[in-house]
Design a protein around this ligand. Sequence first.
Ligand SMILES: [Zn+2]
Length: 275
Amino acid sequence: MEAPLQAALGAPSVRRYLVLNSALFHFILAPVLYVVVWCAVFSTLHILVRDYWVLCLSVSMVSIFLTTAIIFVLHHSNKEINMNVDVRLIQVNERLVKHQLLVAVADWVQSCTGNMQLYFVFWDMSRCLRALTETLEERSSVEDDAQNKMKRNMSHLVLVTEDAAVDPEPGGSDVEQDSSEQRPLLRHEDTGCSTSSSQWEGAKVSTNYSLIPDASLPAQAKAYQLLMTYSAAYVRLLVSERLPGASHYRPGPRGNHCSDAHLCLCQYVHNKILR
Ligand SMILES: [Zn+2]
């Protein structure tokens, strides 16, 4: 399993991203940001405000507000699916789920120490797959309801990749010939599940891949794709105890099948996409 993980997270750019977006880096960033913002606002306002104490007070208030807003935005963005880490782990999780495991990169600060690690979680996907498939089948009776919600909530999940320009193989792509459920969501390191557009630029071709399941897929294949897409994001939030509150969504007629968390993976996907 080392090779797929190395392919997903081993690139220097990904490692750099992980460091610059770690909880420890944000922890160090906050006071540095406060000082920088304080100096910037002070240099702007000292011409306008003559009273020294009023100046210091107003500069401090503005700096606290701006720093808090930036840290809040960074903290909030960490709760969403991360295109540079979570999406890269889709392919690894597709392999691991056959052994009832899911992996994610989670990190948080504890006692002023960063805690970034790979976390492997035992997960039986079959019950989530069954529950989400039933939900999608129910929704399919309402005209385009589920597909419209997926388009609305997943429209920002677009991968842009640059590949070396090669002539397409004659006779069409083998992806279309594979069963939609069996083929990997990501064909290799970066590529997504469905091509939406391609632009030739010299020797390289940049391609956009959307993570929205194709409307023509059966409900089970759509459910599998959605569960895989959000698997790493879910595990990251689960192990760092940052999952959103409990859901009113009942996963199938058998009720809640998840005993490890207050919010199951299928409930998380339902709340993110189908609500
Ligand atoms: Zn579930």
